[in-house]
Design a protein around this ligand. Structure first.
Ligand code: MSP
Length: 641
C-alpha cells in the first residue's frame, strides 16, 4: 500500500495552544485526509517540545517539577487536538525515553563521521534568569529582567554546519520542491550562500535536557533534540523519510538548513519536502504573548465549530502567505459561504426531493453542462490541493455550487412539478438528480476541509458506503444511485447572528485566557467566588460607568444590527462606539440622547471600527435592547457609582 508520512512542528510547552498552532495542525489534518482519499496509508505526527531552561524556570515558577509541568501543558495540546477531532496518529514528546535514544544515535552517527567537535561557546548570559541572550552584545541588558548580561564562556559540542554549504545548495538545486513555497526557498538559498557557521548543539548550563552520550554535564540544545522527533515518532515503522514537514515560516531555517545537514552528516535519508505556511495576524496585528492578543482555539470551537474555522482559515488565507484572522471574518464567511451557500443548496435540494419525489433520488444522468463543470472542478481541486493551494480549490467548489443554484432557478422545479407532461417530468427528474449529485460531489471534495459537515451531508443524501471509503481515482460525476432514499436531518449550517456570536466568543476567550494563564503560572489561581455570588464594592468600582451624549449615529455597512456612534463623554475628544442596537433604535433618534457607557472596557474592533466603550442597555427576553437613561438632567461625563 502507498504510504504518506507528514508532520507538524512539535510545539513548545511554555505556552498553551493558540490559533497559530491550531492553523498548522488543522492544515496538516486536511492534507492527511486528502492523501487518504488518494488511497495512501497516512501517518500524521505532532507533539510537544519540552526541554530547555525556559521550561525548567516556568515549572519552578508554578512550584512544579519540569516533568509535572510539561505533562500538564503537553496534555493541553493533545486534548485540544482531540476536541477538534484532528486525526493525530502519533503524538511525540521530546521527554519520551525512546526519543532520547534516537537523538543520541543521531549525535553518535554525526560524530563518527567527523561532523562534531568540542569547542568553547561564548555568549551574553543573564545570571539572574540563567539564560543566554542570543544576538546580545557585551553589556546589553537581559530582555526579560533588564539586568546587564555577562559574557560567559562554556564548553559545548559543535556541529560542523560550515561543511554543508555546497551540499545544501546542490540539494535545493536538484530538488526544487525540497523547500516550498518559492519565496521561502529563495530566502533559504540566499542565507546558505551567505555562509554557514558551525552550530552549538549542547549546553552545560542547562539540566533539563537529553544527556549527551559519555558526558556528565552536557545536554543537547533545543533544535538537535527537537527535529529528531520526526524520526523517533515513527521509530521501528520503516516510515522514514517523511514526505512532508509542514511548519510555520519562522522556523524554516532549522528545517531547511540544519535538519538536512544533520541527516547528511549522519548519512541518513532526508525528508522529501518542507512547506512553510505564513503567519496569522489578529485583527491585522501581530499576535504575541506580550501584547496579550493571542487567540485561543476552544472558544471558537464551542461557538462556531471546528469545520467552519477550518474552512475560514483555508479559504480566506492563501496557504504559504500571511493572513488576517478575525472573529467577524469567521462568522461572516460562515454565513455567506456555508449557511447561505452550501447549507442552503443542500436543504433546498433535499426538500425538493422530499416534496416532489417522496424522498427518492430520481433516475437520470444529470444535466450534461453541470456534469462537465463538476468533473472540471474536481480536476481543479485535485491540482490545487495537491499543491496545498487550499483557497484556490475551495473557490473552485463554490463555482460549482453557484452554477447549480443558478441552474435550479432557471429550471424552476416548482413550476415543472405542476405539469403532467412527460417531457416536464423528465426535466424535473434531471434537475433534481443534478442538484443532488452536485451536492454529493461537493461533499467528497470538501471532506478533507470540513470532514464532519461533509459526512452529515453525505448521510442526508442517504449514501450507504462511508464517505471515508471514497477513493479519488474512482470518483466521477454520475455515481449517485437512482432510487436511493434520502435522509434529511436538520440544517447543516444554521445562520449565526454576527454581534451576539462575536460577543460570546470574546466572553469565552477571556475565561479561557485566564484558565491558560493559571495553567502556565502567569496568573494566580482564582479564589472560588463566594457561594452567594456577591461582588465586593471594589470589584464594582473597577467598572467605569459614565454619562455620555450621542453626537452622531449612522448605520454600519453590511451589519444590520450595528450603529456607529460618536459619543461625548466629557473628554474633549468624542469616543467611537459600535453598538448592537440598530434593530431597536433609528440613527436619527439617537442624536442628542444621553446614554450610560462603560468607559474602561478593552477597545475592540468590529467591522473595521474600533469600539471604545459599550452602551449599557437592558436586554429583553427576545434579545432586543432598551437603553439605560435618566429622568433628571445630568451632565456629560458624570460617573455612576
Ligand atoms: N518547538 C519549536 C518547533 C520545533 S519543530 C521540530 C517551535 N514551537 S512553537 O510552539 O513556537 O510553534 C511554532 C509553530 O506554531 C509555527 O511553526 C507555526 O506552525 C505555529 N505558529 C505559531 N504562531 C503562529 C501564527 N501567529 N500564525 C501561524 N502559525 C503560527 O517553534
Amino acid at each position: 500500500m502507498k504510504r504518506y508520512y507528514l508532520t507538524t512542528p512539535i510545539y513548545y510547552v511554555n505556552a498553551a495552544p493558540h490559533i497559530g498552532h491550531t492553523y498548522c495542525t488543522m492544515a496538516a489534518d486536511t492534507i492527511a485526509r486528502w492523501k487518504s482519499m488518494q488511497g495512501y496509508e497516512v501517518v500524521l505526527t505532532t507533539g510537544t517540545d519540552e526541554h530547555g531552561q525556559k521550561i525548567e524556570r516556568a515549572a519552578k515558577a508554578v512550584g512544579k517539577t519540569p516533568r509535572e509541568f510539561t505533562d500538564l501543558v503537553s496534555s493541553e495540546f493533545r486534548d485540544t487536538w482531540t476536541k477538534f477531532n484532528l486525526r493525530i496518529d502519533r503524538f511525540k514528546r521530546t521527554t519520551d525515553p525512546a526519543h532520547h535514544k534516537k537523538v543520541q544515535e543521531l549525535f553518535l552517527a554525526c560524530k563518527a563521521n567527523g561532523y562534531v567537535h568540542k569547542g568553547a561557546y561564548t555568549g551574553q548570559y543573564c545570571v539572574s534568569c540563567e539564560l543566554y541572550v542570543t544576538d546580545a552584545k557585551p553589556g546589553d541588558p537581559c530582555p526579560d529582567c533588564g539586568r546587564p548580561t555577562e559574557t560567559v564562556t562554556e564548553e559545548n559540542y559543535y556541529f560542523k554546519l560550515s561543511a554543508f554549504q555546497e551540499k545544501l545548495l546542490k540539494l535545493y538545486q536538484e530538488q526544487p520542491d525540497f523547500v516550498q513555497p518559492d519565496t521561502r526557498r529563495n530566502e533559504v538559498i540566499s542565507f546558505v550562500k551567505g555562509g554557514l557557521s558551525d552550530l552549538s548543539i549542547s549546553r552545560t548550563t542547562i539540566k533539563w535536557g537529553i544527556p549527551v552520550p559519555d558526558e556528565d554535564k552536557h545536554v543537547f540544545y533545543v533544535w538537535f533534540d527537537a527535529l529528531t522527533t520526526y524520526m523517533s515518532a515513527v521509530e521501528g515503522e520503516n516510515r522514514w523519510p517523511a514526505d512532508l514537514h509542514l511548519i510555520g515560516k519562522e522556523i524554516i531555517r532549522f528545517h531547511a538548513i540544519y535538519w538536512p545537514a544533520f541527516l547528511m552528516a549522519a548519512g541518513w535519508p532526508l525528508p522529501k519536502k518542507v512547506f512553510a505556511h505564513g503567519f496569522l495576524l489578529f485583527d491585522s496585528d501581530k499576535m504575541s504573548k506580550s501584547k496579550g492578543n493571542l487567540v485561543r482555539p476552544l472558544p471558537i470551537l464551542e461557538v462556531v465549530g471546528a469545520d467552519p474555522l477550518r474552512y475560514y482559515l483555508l479559504r480566506e488565507i492563501v496557504f504559504g502567505q500571511d493572513g488576517n484572522f478575525s472573529w467577524d471574518g469567521v462568522v461572516n464567511r460562515y454565513n455567506s459561504d456555508l449557511a447561505n451557500g452550501l447549507g442552503n443548496l443542500v436543504s433546498r435540494t433535499l426538500s425538493m426531493i422530499t416534496q416532489y419525489r417522496k424522498g427518492k433520488i430520481p433516475s437520470g444522468a444529470g444535466a450534461q453542462a453541470i456534469g462537465e463543470l463538476a468533473d472540471q472542478v474536481t480536476g481543479q481541486v485535485k491540482e490545487a490541493f495537491e499543491n496545498l493551494q487550499f483557497s484556490r480549490g475551495l473557490e473552485a467548489v463554490w463555482t460549482l455550487l453557484s452554477a447549480v443554484d443558478k441552474f435550479i432557478v432557471e429550471r424552476a422545479p416548482w413550476k415543472l412539478v405542476k405539469s403532467q407532461d412527460p417531457g416536464d417530468v423528465a426535466v424535473l427528474d434531471e434537475t433534481l438528480y443534478t442538484a443532488a449529485e452536485a451536492v454529493r460531489v461537493a461533499a467528497v471534495l470538501l471532506s478533507p476541509v470540513i470532514p464532519d459537515s461533509a459526512r452529515k451531508i453525505w448521510q442526508q443524501l442517504g449514501m450507504v458506503t462511508p464517505l471515508e471509503n471514497v477513493r479519488l481515482e474512482e470518483f466521477v460525476w454520475g455515481q449517485l444511485p437512482a432510487g436511493q432514499v434520502i435522509a434529511p436531518g436538520g440544517g447543516v449550517f444554521p445562520r449565526l447572528d454576527l454581534t451576539p456570536t462575536v460577543d460570546r466568543i470574546a466572553e469565552l476567550e477571556e475565561k479561557e485566557k485566564l484558565r491558560q494563564d493559571v495553567l502556565v503560572g502567569k496568573a494566580p489561581q482564582q479564589e472560588a467566588p463566594p457561594a452567594n455570588n456577591y461582588i465586593s464594592i471594589d470589584d464594582f468600582s473597577k467598572v467605569d460607568l459614565r454619562v455620555g451624549k450621542v453626537l452622531s449615529a449612522e448605520p454600519v455597512k453590511g451589519a444590520d444590527k450595528l450603529l456607529h456612534l460618536k459619543v461625548d463623554v466629557g473628554e474633549g475628544q468624542p469616543r467611537t462606539i459600535v453598538a448592537g442596537i440598530a434593530a431597536a433604535y433609528k440613527p436619527a433618534d439617537m442624536i442628542g440622547r444621553k446614554v450610560v457607557i462603560v468607559a474602561n472596557l478593552q477597545p475592540r474592533k468590529l467591522r473595521g471600527l474600533e469600539s471604545q466603550g459599550m452602551i449599557v442597555a437592558a436586554s429583553l427576553e427576545d434579545g432586543s435592547p432598551v437603553l439605560a437613561g435618566f429622568h433628571e438632567e445630568v451632565p456629560v461625563g458624570a460617573r455612576l457609582k
